[in-house]
Write a protein that binds this ligand. Structure first.
Ligand SMILES: Cc1cc2nc3c(=O)[nH]c(=O)nc-3n(C[C@H](O)[C@H](O)[C@H](O)COP(=O)(O)O)c2cc1C
Length: 375
């Protein structure tokens, strides 16, 4: 499984770990893969600097990636306003009916109040919020890969990253967008099958991966969506992937910061519990079914707002459900993003344990396949 991409990046195995947790980034990179730090829920440049300073200080000689969200389609994007003005404007666009419904759900589920009356932060989901963060990441020698979610990065972003000597890629689940990524000159794509956690499309991995590999060849394709063991990794590599990109696998590891109540929700979930809903961000997103995702399907309740308004609407619940994961019925309305592979994840492992398990299972599966070859 030592691919060209491993050689380019000087990593032992092409296992990419997407995570919002800095400890996971460090531990996966130290174990021979590459941790990719997701900036979506980082609330300011200062906060990002703190996270990346910590990673730089703990990762030794290893490298890491940085994942940003510059969406192709978002209400208010490109309006020429500053990040703060844009955020204020977006807040004004949220109907009272939606706020009232959200607050009612939160109250009914006994989620404790936030400890002060600060407005919940939005995170980094627009070009205006992301650019200063990207500029900071590009000053860090160990940050070697940039990945964009939710669309093809603008040309000036791609140029800026490549001029700095780094690789840039982007996620997609469709041939059309994969070709757009290729035409934009990206270095690789992440082919994200529908079973994956977080934002996702509709095409399952077993169809998506080879279709996208063929569509953009010889560009490297990293396979994502539904990889939780070495057999699934072998399947991806067998379909022509240059590596695997994993998200759900790292939600329950020892090093993940989440509270135990949230990890327990994941550990006891079945694959059928990971459903898609627009109720958290306004875009289709896969997460654990609960009272929150179900309530937004009921025609008697409001419809989810377009992205990123729904993201803003849910920002207070998101911070409260993370902070008070075990209080009241918080887990019944918590933002527990994950893919269908969550049904396979039933115990807490370390990052190093997961990486070596994947490699061991991959080798065993490959040997079993080789054993099927005629003499
Ligand atoms: C909780 C959660 C949050 C995610 N947030 C992002 C994100 O901010 N940016 C991104 O590129 N992908 C995000 N993803 C998607 C992952 O990068 C990855 O494509 C997906 O998890 C792969 O499928 P898997 O969950 O089956 O491993 C997220 C996934 C999860 C589970």
């Amino acid at each position: 499984m030592y691919t060209e991409l491993c050689k380019k990046l000087d990593i032992d195995v092409p296992i990419f770990a997407f995570t919002h947790c800095r400890d996971v980034v460090v531990e996966v990179s130290k174990a021979g893969g590459i941790g990719v730090f997701g900036a979506a829920f980082v609330n300011s440049l200062e906060e990002l600097k703190e996270e990346l300073d910590w990673i730089d200080a703990h990762i030794g000689d290893h490298i890491y990636g940085f994942d940003i969200v510059i969406p192709n389609n978002a209400v208010g994007q490109g309006s020429g306003m500053s990040a703060a003005e844009q955020e204020n404007k977006l807040w004004e666009m949220i109907p009272q009916e939606h706020t009232d419904f959200t607050n009612k759900m939160i109250d009914e589920h006994g989620v404790p109040q936030w400890h002060d009356d600060s407005r919940p932060p939005m995170g980094a989901w627009t070009m205006e919020q992301v650019m200063p963060m990207l500029e900071d990441a590009l000053k860090r020698p160990k940050c070697k890969v940039i990945v964009n979610a939710l669309g093809t990065p603008p040309d000036h972003v791609t140029k800026m990253v490549q001029d700095s000597g780094r690789l840039i890629g982007a996620l997609t689940g469709t041939k059309k967008h994969a070709k757009a990524h290729k035409e934009a000159g990206l270095d690789f794509i992440v082919a994200n099958g529908s079973e994956g956690g977080g934002h996702c499309g509709e095409i399952g991995s077993i169809v998506c991966w080879p279709e996208l590999v063929d569509a953009v060849a010889p560009m490297p394709v990293i396979a994502a969506g539904g990889i939780g063991n070495g057999r699934q990794m072998l399947a991806a590599m067998g379909m022509g992937a240059a590596g695997v990109w994993t998200g759900s696998l790292w939600l329950t590891v020892e090093e993940a910061h989440a509270q135990m109540a949230q990890k327990e929700s994941y550990l006891k979930a079945e694959s059928t519990d990971a459903v898609t809903t627009k109720s958290w961000t306004g875009k289709n997103c896969r997460l654990l079914r609960n009272d929150w995702s179900e309530a937004w399907k009921d025609p008697a309740n409001p419809d989810p707002l377009p992205f990123p308004l729904q993201l803003l609407l849910t920002s207070d619940l998101r911070r409260r459900s993370a902070m008070y994961a075990s209080a009241g019925d918080t887990q019944k309305i918590a933002d527990n993003g994950c893919g269908q592979v969550i049904g396979q994840i039933n115990e807490i492992e370390s990052c190093r344990g997961v990486v070596s398990r994947l490699i061991g299972e991959y080798v065993d599966a490959l040997e079993a396949l080789n054993g099927l070859m005629p003499e």
